[in-house]
Design a binder for this molecule. Sequence first.
Ligand SMILES: [Zn+2]
Length: 279
Amino acid sequence: MPTSRFSISRFWIMPLMAILSVACLAQVPVPEPVTDQETELGQAMYKQLRDKGEIIESSPLYDTLKPVAEAISRVAQPRYPHPFKFFLVHETQPNAFATPGGNVYVVDSLLYFVKNTEQLAGTLCHEVSHTIHRDGVALMEKERKIEEREVAAAILLGPTRAHLIAIALIGKLHSLGYSRDAESKADVTGSDICAEANYNPWGLIWLFQDFQNADVGRIPQLLSDHPANGTRIQTLEKHFRDNPSTFSKFSRDPKSATPLSVPKEAPAVFLRPETKGGN
Ligand SMILES: [Zn+2]
């Protein structure tokens, strides 16, 4: 504003400034943050699981899951901008998986598969680390071309794009899984989180060792990449050795583990699929 134009009434200046500020705001590029996409994707995946009738709304098993999940959330939450939430789901194979947006799904039978609290904690720490590393988003990007085709084929049916991608991604989380590198990184970050939450990070290694001898059909899918498991254990052990101030206080002996109390034959109430036209 030229200094010679003091005569301009402030009644003109004010609207002018308002117009200028609006113009400036309009010029600021509105980013589409990846975190918002993550939330949208996470919600679509939640709806997908709910509509399949898999999500357990209430069960005594939550009493077992909750304290472990909460302790891990307290440590993991500062590393991720959306709230971590843990849901029990019912599927045939013991498993756990995390979706973009902060939701972590734990298959009910996993609670019977793990032998102690540390193994459960290790699994949850590993899963929240996938979310922190945004591995689900990366997997989605990697498979984008296939999904584009799926979206193009199904778009006439009306569901939203996020919903379609969610369907595709849920399938991929169950079938393809992540690269070995992504798995090892999730192990390492997971061990840091478990240690900070005061769960013995050897729990994940104990789980690896247990299922190495297990019947193939019962191996949790999240751990079913056999050839890589030796490498994953080695990577974790090296990480423990390299960071003695964090890890040396934890015993590598599974006999030191804390038993997990799991209610037998726990009844489950399932979240009802949303009625037509609902949100
Ligand atoms: Zn994993």
